[in-house]
Design a binder for this molecule. Sequence first.
Ligand SMILES: Nc1ncnc2c1ncn2[C@@H]1O[C@H](COP(=O)(O)OP(=O)(O)OP(=O)(O)O)[C@@H](O)[C@H]1O
Ligand SMILES: [Mg+2]
Length: 443
Amino acid sequence: VIVDDNPRSLELLSSALKIEGLRIFTAEDPEEGLALIRQHHPQVVLTDLVMPKLTGMDVLQQTLEFDPTVDVILMTAHYSTESAVEAIRHGASDYVNKPVSISALRAKVSQLLDHHRRRLGLDIPGNDFEEFEGMVGQSPAMREMGLYIRRIAPHYRAVLVTGPTGTGKDLVARALHRLSPVSRTGRLVVLNCSAVVETLFESELFGHVKGSFTGATQDKPGLFEHADGGTLFLDEIGDMPMSTQAKLLRALQNQEILRVGSLTPRKVSVRVIAATHRDLQQSILDKTFREDLYYRLSMVEIRVPRLSERVEDLPLLIRTFLKKFSGQFGKRVTGLTRKAELALESHLWPGNVRELENAIGQACMMAVTDKIDISDLPEYLRGAPARAAAVTTSNGAVTLEEQEKHLILKALEQSNGNQSQAARILNVGRDALRYKMKKHGIQ
Ligand SMILES: Nc1ncnc2c1ncn2[C@@H]1O[C@H](COP(=O)(O)OP(=O)(O)OP(=O)(O)O)[C@@H](O)[C@H]1O
Ligand SMILES: [Mg+2]
C-alpha cells in the first residue's frame, strides 16, 4: 500500500515498484490508505510524512497497531536525522528522502519482501543458523536487536550501547559503523575511556595547540578530527570524567570542537557510539554521569541482552566457538559429552558470551578425544551451579587465578604427574611451574 497526497508522486512510485508478483494499492487520502491496509493486509506500506488530516507518523502508528509485522517506510522531503531516528524508534522500517531514488527504493522493497518470506521459513528445522555481522544467535532477542541495528544504522548520530560485560557491545558498535553510510567516507576510531588519564582526556578527544600545556610541543588533532566523516566509538563511556562529559555534549550538539588552547571552533561530522556495562541511571544518581549527556546519547539505546536471557543461543554459540578453537589448536573437537553439555546448560554465565568463549577455549585445549568431557571444563563449571558463584568476581569474570590453577592441574593429570612434561604442555619453564604449583597449594 502506498499513501501519498500528491497524485503525481503516487503514480511515479507505483510504476517504479512494478515488481514481479507484487500487488500495489494506492491512496491519496491517509484514512483511505489505512482502510486499504486493513482490507488487504500488505507486507510493506509506503507513506508520505506530511499530509493533510493524518501524518505519516499516524499511518505508521495505526498500521503497527493493526499488525506489528508490517514494514512501514516513511518518505519525506524534509529529512533530518532527528525525525528519521524518531520514526525508526516508533517502529518504521526505513525513512527515505524525497525525491526518492527509484532503484534504491526497489532494492529496499525487494529486500523487505524477501525478509518476510524468510521470516515465514524460520521454523523449518535445520534453518537455525543465524549470523549477523560477526554475531551469532537465533533467539528472538538477538534477531530483534539485529533488525533494529540494521534499521537505525543509516540514520543515527549518537547511539548508546548498554549491557553487562561480555555480551557483545563491541561487536554491536562495529556493526553499527559498518552498516552506516559513513563506513565509506570515514573510519571507526575507538577510544576506551577507562584507559585515559583524566588530565589528558580533553586533548585526546579534541586535540590541542602548541604550548597549551606543559608537554604540548606542537599542534595535535584529537580523535574527533581523526574520525571526521566517520564514527567515534567511546567505549566505557561511564568512566569518562564529568568535565569531559560536558565538552562531549557540546561537541555532539554543535558538531564542532575546540582544540585545547584554541579559540577557533572546527566543524566536524562525526557519529558517536558510546558503550558501557554500567547502569548510567545509577551513575546519574551517584553524580558521576551527566543527565543531559545521558538523554542526548540514549535517544537511541541498544540494550544487549545477557546470555541467560537468550539460552536458545547457547548451542549455536558453543558450536561456533568449538569450530574456532579446534581450528586454532589444530584439533578435531566436534562436540560435547552429555555431562559437559549439562554443566554448560546449568551455568548462569555471569560473564556472558566472553565467559562461554573462554570456557570452550580452555576445554578445547584440554580435550583428548573429539568430544569435550566434563573433566575438560574449567573446574568451577564442573560442580553444582551454586559453586560457580564463589569463584567469579563481582563483575562476573572468572578469576585468572582459578583458570591458571585449573590449567596446571589438568596438565599434571595429562602428564601423570611428570612436572617437566606438564611444563612443556603449558609452555612454561619448570621453575615457573613449580613456583605456581606452590602458590596454588598443588602438591
Ligand atoms: N553473539 C556473539 N557471537 C559470537 N561471539 C560473540 C557474540 N557476542 C560476543 N561475542 C564474543 O564475546 C567476546 C566479548 O564480546 P565483547 O567484547 O563485544 O563484549 P562487551 O559487551 O564489549 O564486554 P565489556 O563490557 O566487558 O567490554 C568477544 O570475543 C566477542 O567476539
Ligand atoms: Mg567492550
